[in-house]
Write a protein of this length. Structure first.
Length: 140
């Protein structure tokens, strides 16, 4: 008897914020914020993988305050586009000081969330890996 094929399980993004772990079943997400000094928009596109979070593209509206576009960046209508050459990250830590110009905006699966608008503990993002359950790492 032929067994029906199960659809592939979506990757799971784990978010630790305000003492709670949230989960999003998404294969990709975007993270945006306003630079605190230059007041320009920054946007990163990420892929959720079993081995970590992989930034796939970054777009910065402008440069300055020590944050110049890297070599190879291309200037388009909406800003400087480039592809960071970094390995997947086990976790991404976002400051949550509440002192910046804006909160972090995380968008994925058709929804957007504001993170870090109030002072508090850092926000941590990670992939659930091969599991659909977000379990904090032992050092948290």
């Amino acid at each position: 008897m032929v067994q029906p094929r199960r659809p592939p399980m979506a990757e799971v993004l784990c978010i630790l914020t305000a003492g709670q772990v949230l989960t999003l079943a998404v294969g990709a997400f975007s993270l945006s914020w306003t630079h605190t000094v230059e007041r320009t928009q920054w946007l990163e596109h990420w892929r959720v993988q079993p081995n970590g979070l992989q930034v796939t593209e970054a777009i910065i509206e402008g440069s300055g305050a020590g944050m110049e576009p890297p070599p190879g960046a291309v200037r388009l209508e909406d800003g400087w586009h480039y592809r960071p050459d970094v390995a997947p990250m086990k976790e991404v830590v976002l400051a949550s000081s509440g002192a910046g110009n804006s909160a972090w905006t995380l968008c994925g699966g058709g929804d957007c969330f504001s993170l870090g608008a109030q002072p508090g503990q850092p926000i941590k993002l990670w992939s659930a890996g091969d599991s659909a359950i977000c379990e904090p790492a032992p050092h948290w």
